[in-house]
Design a protein around this ligand. Structure first.
Ligand SMILES: CCC/C=C/C(=O)SCCNC(=O)CCNC(=O)[C@H](O)C(C)(C)COP(=O)([O-])OP(=O)([O-])OC[C@H]1O[C@@H](n2cnc3c(N)ncnc32)[C@H](O)[C@@H]1OP(=O)([O-])[O-]
Ligand SMILES: NC(=O)C1=CN([C@@H]2O[C@H](COP(=O)(O)OP(=O)(O)OC[C@H]3O[C@@H](n4cnc5c(N)ncnc54)[C@H](OP(=O)(O)O)[C@@H]3O)[C@@H](O)[C@H]2O)C=CC1
Length: 265
């Protein structure tokens, strides 16, 4: 009889942007399933406690905290090197770090455009190229990129972010083809609106009022609902999936985007 394998135990995973929100939930979920996780953010003061929380729990994998700004290629190389030194290999890479500001196209300066393209798209390129090198020279691996529903559909005020997140989808498809022979699977997750500190700060959503996971008629999700999909894509259960973008956004309705209003009702 076939038994499904959703396991990542003893694998090594890198999760970028894991000091809060979706990245933190991904890191904690993979670690709870026995993976060793190398986690980064721009500040050791913020990423260190997340690693300590994981390491305080004897039943999880180990965590390594690294201060790394994913916009800086040399810092990403240091993250890769420290991960390999500590855990011996890289099996899973989750390029989660990203962000945006909402502004009309005509108000986005050249530097504003570059900032959002760098933070979302070019950082994904740095991480995929540098961790991909380790995977391709070794036994292969799994890469999960983060797009957004705003990379799949137009949303006003998100020209820069939408362009970057759309490009991540096509990059994912291309690498799936180019690196299939090297044993690398790469898939993308496109979240709808997820309650995270980043969104709370931008939109003022009170986490206390979050509807529970059991409620199916929702337009806002929990970070753990993205983490569970990442865990599946990282696992042997997803062995025949590569180059795909999995949308995780609750009930399909028109205008399911941050800039078109919350529409939580
Ligand atoms: C479906 C839901 C979708 C949700 C998606 C999410 O990701 S949600 C969760 C994600 N969480 C977050 O997104 C967290 C919150 N966001 C942030 O931390 C920042 O917005 C960041 C992502 C830009 C990074 O900042 P940084 O320190 O790297 O950048 P900086 O301050 O140095 O600025 C660089 C350039 O950008 C310009 N510029 C900046 N803001 C605006 C604006 N509103 N208007 C116009 N322009 C703006 C600024 O003027 C400057 O250009 P200038 O003047 O030199 O020509
Ligand atoms: N929340 C949502 O509704 C949606 C989110 N997404 C995507 O999901 C991902 C996570 O979003 P979310 O959890 O909401 O974001 P948050 O803003 O809540 O958290 C962002 C995380 O990324 C880290 N980070 C930011 N910039 C950098 C950088 N340059 N280098 C390294 N780490 C960085 C932050 O850490 P620190 O500040 O400590 O550096 C923090 O841990 C992003 O790619 C986002 O675009 C997509 C669709 C919807």
């Amino acid at each position: 009889m076939h038994e499904s394998d959703y396991g990542v135990a003893e694998k090594t995973a890198i999760v970028t942007g894991a000091s809060q929100g979706i990245g933190r939930a991904i890191a904690e979920t993979l670690a709870a399933s026995g993976a060793n996780v190398a986690i980064c953010s721009r500040s050791m003061d913020r990423i260190g406690p997340v690693a300590e929380g994981i390491n305080d729990d004897e039943d999880t994998g180990e965590a390594l905290a690294v201060e790394c700004n994913v916009r800086e290629r040399e810092q990403v190389q240091q993250l890769i090197d420290e991960t390999v030194e500590t855990f011996g290999d890289i099996d899973i890479l989750v390029t989660n770090a990203g962000g945006e500001f909402v502004a009309p196209f005509e108000d986005i300066s050249a530097n504003g455009w570059e900032t959002i393209l760098d933070l979302n798209l070019t950082s994904t390129v740095h991480c995929a190229q540098l961790a991909g090198e380790v995977m391709r020279e070794g036994d292969g691996g799994v890469i999960i990129t983060l797009s957004s529903v705003n990379g799949q559909h137009a949303a006003p005020g998100e020209s820069h972010y939408g362009a970057a997140k759309a490009a991540i989808i096509r990059l994912t498809e291309t690498l799936a083809v180019e690196w299939a022979d090297d044993g690398v699977r790469i898939n993308c997750v496109a979240p709808g609106l997820i309650q995270t500190p980043g969104v709370a700060e931008t939109l003022g959503i009170d986490s206390e009022s979050m509807p529970p996971r059991e409620k199916t008629d929702r337009r806002i999700g929990h970070p753990e609902e993205i983490a569970d999909v990442v865990q599946f894509l990282s696992s042997p259960a997803a062995s025949f999936m590569t180059g795909e973008t999995v949308t995780v956004k609750g009930v399909p309705r028109a205008g399911n985007s941050m800039s078109q209003g919350l529409g939580l009702e």
